[in-house]
Design a protein around this ligand. Sequence first.
Ligand code: AMP
Length: 939
Amino acid sequence: MELMWRTSHVSGGNAHYVEALYEQYLVDPNAVPDEWRNYFDQLPRPEGSSSHDVPLSPIRDQFYQLGKSRRRAQTASAADSGENKKQVKVLQLINAYRFRGHQKADIDPLDLRSPVPVPDLDLSFHQLTNADLDTEFQTGSFFLGKDKAPLKEIVQALDETYCRSIGCEIMHIVDTEEKRWLQQRFESVRSKPKFSPEVRKHVLERLSAAEGLENYLASKYPGTKRFGLEGGETFVPMMDEIIQRAGGYGTKEVVIGMAHRGRLNLLVNILGKSPSELIEEFDGKKVIERGSGDVKYHQGFSSNVMTPGGEVHLALAFNPSHLEIVAPVVEGSVRARQDRRDDPAGDKVLPINVHGDAAFAGQGVVMETFQMSQTRAYKTGGTVHIVINNQVGFTTSHPDDTRSTEYCTDIAKMVQAPIFHVNGDDPDAVLHATQVAIDYRQQFKRDVVIDLVCYRRRGHNEADEPSGTQPMMYSKIKNHPSARALYAKRLVEEGVLSEDDAKAMGETYRDDLMAGNHVANALVKQPNTELFVDWGPYLGHEWTGDADTTFDMKRMQQLAAKMCEVPDGVQVQRQVAKIYEDRRKMQAGGMGLNWGFAETLAYATLLDQGHPVRITGQDSGRGTFSHRHAVVHNQKDGSTYVPLENIKEGQPRFTIHDSYLSEEAVLAFEYGYATTMPNALIVWEAQFGDFFNGAQVVVDQFISSGETKWGRLCGLTMLLPHGYEGQGPEHSSARLERFLQLCAEHNMQVCVPTTPAQIFHLLRRQVIRPLRKPLVVMSPKSLLRHKEATSTLEELAHGKFQMVLPDQGKLDAEKVKRVVLCAGKVYYDLAAYRTENERDDTAILRLEQLYPFPKEELFEALKDYTNLEQVVWCQEEPLNQGAWYQSQHHMRVVADMLDNGLGRELKFAGRPASAAPAAGYMSVHVEQQRQLVDDAFNA
Ligand code: AMP
């Protein structure tokens, strides 16, 4: 009831208005709008009561009291009733401004916004006239500083608050406390607080810096692409304010994501990148030791700045051209930092995501990122979103083309984020909106959006002529003074500083720039390195597939027992109990170890050795195929118990979450997390392997290439269920070929483990080795329960991940004429065929790692077969898919090392080339599978 009262639209700020309406309704139900009449009609009444009597809830109680007083009032004079009616109208007018004032606000510096009619803001709409302007009315919940005021004053205050340089959208917020808080922040100062001369001079100085850098680069490198900020310079004082204010709140780290526009300006003027370094990049002098590198407007950066609350570490995320995808990466990085600091509320680390207007409205990942903002697995205590809204996306600006929503920010309403549209030419207003935004985030730990409405003085980039496609916009821009010029003029007029002082600011900045001095005035020259992680131990390692992943048997037994323990009070569901029971038998040595056991034990051992483990993905608590059951659901009360959280006292964090149904944002988040938390095992699991299709951009632009482009190491593990089991074109293939096609320069590992011991050692290798490389695992489905796919505790304790599994049969090497190479579950079909057909002339080798290709290990496994005549690659996937096209050259090289020309003879056994990943009919699947196994032995 309390919640209903706090959040209901008939409560809080709206209560006076609703009460007044209700009064009207009691007198004449037809006098109120239909929806309100319907609403009031529905209010339940206790038995025996007559209409409108004795309601039940507090609001209804109020209505009851109102009703009684109304009945008394019915006897009062007609004049009184007329006054009351007007009072209702005034309250309606106040509400109308709160709802729709932004539509009339002066937020566009170019004044290009087509005016929309907002009749609700006219007096006449509310049956008020100029004759009422001098009459005093109650101000209701409007924060005017007094209970009563003449209508004239109320209207003026409303207009100043809601229709000037800030257009506030807050009425979609359901929570009354939040809404009242926001209303108070704007209404009490009429959206225009009085900033001190020092503050305003500082803003002008930062504006001069923003403009100064662009002017300098424009004159020195005309026509060179830099995606300048011109037109949106107020962004720089805005960022400065957010960081300083956040620092004042005790924030220790700020992670920023942004696309290319304005990035150089942010780098130099806020993060403190050295201007001389930037100039080197412009001059093309910068050389890199390794990797491809990336263009300057994609570069990330890290630095520390001083704030009123102490030193704050800033990290600007590296960013590909794919717009908006960096936003969830930033969230992941922030969450990793919050986890490291044990900061679940998000007090210590702040995410800022900077967007372009066109991309914010257009890209689906924006919605996915908002959707994650309050979920258990992904929340970061609220993000400050800034839209650099230059009202054009490359060459597209016609409102009928860019979006269907009214504003480019409307998507943010889905999480009830407050949205402040603010005129970029009014730095005071920008400062106010910024302060409210950061205060709101700190107070309510929710997302907030600042829509910085500005323009783009040049084309999409500096080599681009914009007037060809935007003639009207650019004829306006040509004659439009810069934000700095306008603000300087205003401050001079208001006597804040002299014209000479204003000019000097620009000159000082330019001198510093030319001297190569740092121009971010808060930069800390000797940064406190404790504010961020030391990646030193993980840097500079060459590729190796080896790692000591063995584990003490006795301790492993103890951990195995622990991971099977469920407290007495937890009533375990029947099938789950059976799985746990089986695991206990495995631990006791009475049963071969299965996949679920080995995988869970890998996590337990890593936790025991001090490595945090985080697993998220679709249904990963249970596992798509019910093999994991890492989260036990108490059948009595729905509570959960996670054995891996209870391995030992003081153990590292174990996190497992079912993700919401996203791939793109979620995988990007985990990439961000893994690139920030090097000592942990970070796993993303797809429900079926092909679900990663929805996140291809993350694989292409971050996972496979982030290290070579940006030197950012990443140890993320992707578990992608893969295997041909007759379930149709969808969900059979995790598109192995796509990953292999992206492989080069040892950028990532692609593995297809086929035994429990192999997944145990593979997962452990990922963390135990200091090397940090993404790991793509084609993980099993039916193999999870295959009776042949078992391992022993000894193999776990004493083994290692074998990149090539040699033949498991007891063959006489000299008799072997044929070797079948394969990867994945087809091995078990091949092995069954061999047993059934007694083919001791054929060895079967499993490539458990396809990239980096284990040439030496494969050679080792082949070299004893001295009478070999045929090497066959067998795969379940069609000819044009799987590993064949991407890996055959590696296999040929190894077969050639045998020095008998076998490499050139390498044969293929698999499904015929196919446009779809798999057949849709079980009968076709079965026949294809039989044929490819047969081909492997006989073709
Ligand atoms: P950050 O906290 O992201 O600003 O990172 C601080 C410093 O750690 C950076 O300047 C890098 O030198 C290093 N670093 C951060 N992330 C990585 C990574 N994924 N790979 C390698 N070095 C990193």
